[in-house]
Design a protein around this ligand. Sequence first.
Ligand SMILES: Cc1ncc(COP(=O)(O)O)c(C=O)c1O
Length: 398
Amino acid sequence: MSKFDEIKARDNKFFMNTYAPLDICFEKGEGCYLTDTEGNVYLDFLGGIAVNALGYNHPVFTNALIEQAQKVAVISNYFYNEKRGLMAEQLVKGTTLGKVFFGNSGAEANECAIKLARKYYKVKGETRYKIVSALQSFHGRTLATVTATGQEKYNKPFAPLPEGIGTYIPYNDEEALRNALEDSEVAALLLEPIQGEGGIIPATESYMKLARELTKEKGVLLILDEVQTGAGRTGKFWAYEHYGIEPDVITCAKGIGGGIPVSACIATEEVAKAFVPGDHGTTFGAQPLATAVGYAVCKKIREDGFMDDVAKKGNYLITELKKIEDARIKDVRGLGLIVGMEMESAEVAKDIYNRMFKKGFILNVCGGKVLRFVPPLIITIDQIATMLKALKETIAEM
Ligand SMILES: Cc1ncc(COP(=O)(O)O)c(C=O)c1O
């Protein structure tokens, strides 16, 4: 039995059946490359699903992790801790937001935002409790966040779903947005600036501006889910910065930890005041180990030139993808290093994905038929060019 077969057999025996993994197991990563148990090397354009911002074994990530592990990993939130404050400072930098609650996953960050919105209006004495979100959105797998997720396949099997969450509007539809916000019981509008899992669909500028304008006018909170788009992914620290607006709450995870599980719900001082001790909590959130790493990763991303470089590489990727002429390509879209190439069908997208895998490139399909490119932010132009060459050849041979 090969090493891989042994790993697979044990996994299939003990790991709960919620994924359908490929027949491959990666043992090691370095930079943007992953090596499997057979010694094959792959260039990674998935990055742990937009998580590994600094790639694999980056000294900033690894050193912060080791240094903090040697000091103290977890002490509980009953005490002060230097690293959570430092990481929070990095997250609010340059925004109009003031306070951070740390969790461990994107779903927890959104769960926190939903609870915060409800508590905010309770404190104000208003009966606003409903959460409006978009069709094709993705906000997580907890019961509340999977209900906010505007895709039936994720939430229908778990009905009955929590009340007041799950008013869905078509994304980028301004009329639907106006109508939804007429409801005086709406507490928050929850939107991704770019729908990630839904197929890399950026919000239009006028839609985002209208979302901000209307929520302000109606006294509704604007929560932006930056779980996939935050931490420099789009060439700015937050994707919303491209739209010239300021949200009331941001939720984030994935890239802010560069590979360690850490997430955050970030709110304005005014909104955050609704939470008092005892309202919300988590054992692992905000612990020294995760926040020390997150602090180091966010500081690195904020270094001069880092995000400009992401923007430059993203522009190159999008421009080059747009140059590929093939009737089966329906659209290329994205911002920075979150890019989607929509194919004519799920079969074509899957075929490209499989062929590219065999050639040593890890891509992914989201939104049914969209090839997703979310590489580590440290990817180089040369590495992108290598992938593009293989992609062009693959499409030509199909
Ligand atoms: C926009 C968005 N929100 C929330 C989530 C959920 O994050 P997690 O899987 O860390 O709970 C995801 C995950 O893909 C996401 O893309």
